[in-house]
Design a protein around this ligand. Sequence first.
Ligand SMILES: [Zn+2]
Length: 302
Amino acid sequence: MELKSRTESEELLKMRSLNTRMELTQEEKFHYFNLEKGYEGEVKFDRMAENLREERYIINDLLLKINNSYFQIDTTLISQEVIRLLDVKNFEGDFCLEKDRFYAVKTGREYKNPITQLSKCASQFRQLLHDFKLHYLVEASVIFINPEFTLYNAQVDHPIILPNQVNRFLKSINSTSSKLNDGHKKLAKQLISLHQTKNPYSQVPIYQYEQMKREMYCKFCRSFLVSLQNHIFVCGKCGGHETVEEAILRNVREFQLLFPERKITTTNIYEWCNVDLSKRTFCRVLKKNFIAVGKTSDSYYK
Ligand SMILES: [Zn+2]
């Protein structure tokens, strides 16, 4: 049973938006690409985990804090006898582990060693259980989900699940029966309540309103080649359709995400979307979907 679902992080949503609306540096693009890729891998694993049977709790994307240090767990799987902490990685290509180094063979680019990260995370989690005076068995694994991933120098005792082992890993979990009790439930609730919503590690570059390309873009392929046809936005690149209302609301959400300090007013959103629609249309959509605060020309929406 899934107790906490997975959604794109605020960092990913912001980076996705910035990548569309401004020029990112190579390094920023690389970071953005990794976020997208990582999320894609996690979602892929979630789909596979949907086949888990018996009574188990699945808690996705936990960010916990202990002694002022944060740790993140992609998937926490609570079964009767064991709590599994799963870190899902979507690396693609040939990688090598050499002592503490973890790097891509082709480019030599070094990444944070997922095994080291995982063991730190597991020990912090055990500390947390200890503080709760709970004694559950904790097992942690890094799951490499991408079928195009190879790892050189992997040792048999490394806590890793390689792409061709993921199915068997899930099958072996399924082969053990699991009944949950109130203790498990209480723990799950506690973990969710401890989840931190602000990620201190998020790396979003500094951006200004003036830097942003302010125009309507396609929801599907993010091209700016959209045109209005019978009150529907049609993409000239991928052919995707979106109604005017949906498109405006999507832009309002993006505006709020990027500029939480700015008010949602008809004029602000009109300028943000910068598209061939009258202010009256914007006003109508905002009125329908938000609550107006104040009257006359300086009213804004919540
Ligand atoms: Zn498109």
